[in-house]
Design a protein around this ligand. Sequence first.
Ligand SMILES: Cc1cc2nc3c(=O)[nH]c(=O)nc-3n(C[C@H](O)[C@H](O)[C@H](O)COP(=O)(O)OP(=O)(O)OC[C@H]3O[C@@H](n4cnc5c(N)ncnc54)[C@H](O)[C@@H]3O)c2cc1C
Length: 785
Amino acid sequence: MTLKVAVIGGGIAGLYTALLLQREGHYVHVFEASERVGGRIYTYHFTDEKNQFFDAGAMVLPPTMAYNTVIKKLIDYVNTNPSLPADMTVTKLKEKMNYSGVRTLANGKINDWYSRGYLTPAMVGWPVPAGWENESVNDRMTWATGDFVEGLFRDFDATFSKLLPLDVQFGSFRSWIRTKRGNDEGWPDAFIDFVETILFETNAFDLSCAEIIVRQLYLVPSPGWSLIEGGMGRLPDAMAEVLGWDNITLGAYVKGLEPSENKVIVTAEGYNGEIKGTFGKVVVAVPPAALVMIADRPRWQPDKETALRAMNVESVYRMGMRFKTRWWDRRWVYSGSDGSDTMGEAVADIPVRLVMFPPVVDEQNLKDRPGTIVLSASGPDAQAWAPLTPTMRRSQAIHCLEKIINDRNIDILEELIDTFDVVWSNRSANGTTAFLPGQFERSLPAAKRAEGNIYFAGEHLSHHHGWIMGAAQSALDAVREVLNNADLVPLSKDDNKTTQGAGSTTRGSKAIQVPLRILSKRSPVPRWYRYPHQRVACASFGKGGQELGRGREFPGRAETCYLAGPYFEISYIFDAFRRSTIPFGAFMLLKSYAILDLTVLTTEHCMSSTTSDLESVFGVDLSEREMDNPAIFACLTREPVRGCSVAQCSYDAGVEIVNTTGSNITDLHCESPASKTGFRLWRRSSIGAAHNGATARQVALAWLLAQGEDVVTIPGTTKLKYLDDNLGASTVVLSAKGVAKIRQLAQDTYKTVTGEGYPPGQVDFLFVDTPPLWPHSASTNNRLE
Ligand SMILES: Cc1cc2nc3c(=O)[nH]c(=O)nc-3n(C[C@H](O)[C@H](O)[C@H](O)COP(=O)(O)OP(=O)(O)OC[C@H]3O[C@@H](n4cnc5c(N)ncnc54)[C@H](O)[C@@H]3O)c2cc1C
């Protein structure tokens, strides 16, 4: 039976609801109060010129699995739909968020070199009880939440159910973190305040315990976030286009929902007067505060009415600023690079809490062109902006920005062309949902419950709330209920296929053939298999190895940790400089374990905060892999680097040798002046040509393999052809002289390069020999050989 369904609200929840129902063959009509679709996805264009926009609402797509099962598939769905014009394609800009807060302004002190996760109270003079001064934000958050976050990543629902009792027992995250758990002693309040200020917004830790831990899941992988080319607004625009504009009424503010027999009469205030329609079912996809303001609707049970009124929503404030030139590109501390194709942020504890420096694409002579940045605040920090007039907000924003930039050579006022801002709490009283202690259990089920023929969607009705993922998930849940079909699958490009091609090779089966083939040769993979699974061969430059070495994340697993030759030096430096360990690499290892009982080697390639991405399991976009067989996946964990990431790890200036295609260079150092020069020098050396036509990538891999039997590789790639290229390395045999020559070349190359590639002092450590063990590992020496 074909249903006739009204959808109230043209945000992503409403549009996703409508597309799902349309796919299932039902008639659907969307009523949207404003003059555009997208709701809290809102790309504001200062001009029609390229890159002259900013995202006033949702901006980034985290690369978690749950996200990919819905949002990634949605993007594929609209892009492959024949109704979508070619110029409306939604293009993901991957891993454009390479930096997460290089400049920090906290407690009146500016800190560069340390992105916010590495900050310790001592670095900004934040008073904390003795013994806590040198504890870093990342370290402590990982100790506290790492196992949950990893669990959420692997199995969101199962792990989430374990979080709920914490809410009941402790209430807020703050209460919970005050208690001792495992290795982590209870945090003193002053340290809690410090972490909350640097990593979240004011009062965040007084929210539900589960709320903050889920946020960690989404916030942790920041370097692996993607953006949408041309702004996030392209996604709802494309969805509306596919749905058909005839099925959407803009400027239709729904003010009445009147159940009548088996129908619901929808009344809206339209541009040309009142609109009325009768529908079999209605899905209400508006924020709770907007729903309670629909004047003529049934009064539902007290638990539902209370839940809707009580649902906690945090204010969010966003201002876009357009400048005559992209002055922030002149100093990498603002943008995370010297170039313009990666995103950066600066964090501050003043009314502007975050400054984002979005990347631009496909433009020449950027430094002389106008560009935009985004200022942001949430929670109470955002509420402070609401009472100000637009002029006052602009003046306050300039003032704050001047403090953060703190550079006499940059005249903000002289540079400024225009500003535009959104106080989100002034729009449908929304911002983003932020559950208070106990609200997951108390409010969510009642708020979600259908009432007769009226169903409910919206980001606030999902455990993934606060993200467009949550909005889409809530829509999927609502449509499953409407159609009484719990197995209804998300939108995907398969929905657009007319014929299925009997006997065609699926991606999975294609991938399965690959490991069988490569296992029969000498290649990185068989060597990798040879290790008994209890042992870990670790040539780590960073977090993965450190965590592994500490044996904390891998109880019973890391019986042996091999620290392989020259690679370890970077790990040492990283640790010495940061005095902290980022756990994301550990997640990667853990994940590999979860998939296959294998010995894993992890490599790391530089000591900047970007490494958290490269090793992060969150940086892996499984759904986009050409080879999605786990056996392959487990050895292909370095997606951001299309070539051989291992060789990339070997040297700084040599970093780029493996990216000889010149594309997809995502490493921080590639963006720095030093490395750009290094890249050119290295390429000129034609190392590949010197080895009988082997590619530079192959030579680099071969070099790595030549380091010893304990050294195995995880060459990262997403494409089969690159895998073949990598495997070709097994046929390249380097002489001892050749091996030495390559290292020498890297070293010499670096010497000829100038520029701000590293923090002062780090350069001295670049080619030092491997130190025996890193300083703080003494307590875990028994785990190391
Ligand atoms: C500043 C900001 C930054 C964010 N950043 C990110 C991010 O980086 N990544 C991410 O994934 N998520 C992010 N989010 C969250 C994400 O934007 C939201 O979770 C998601 O867009 C919510 O979608 P929705 O459809 O549930 O609600 P909305 O987008 O709010 O849509 C509701 C729609 O209903 C309409 N409406 C309201 N009342 C009525 C009525 N009576 N009649 C008809 N229509 C009505 C509204 O006009 C609106 O269009 C951010 C949110 C904000 C505010």
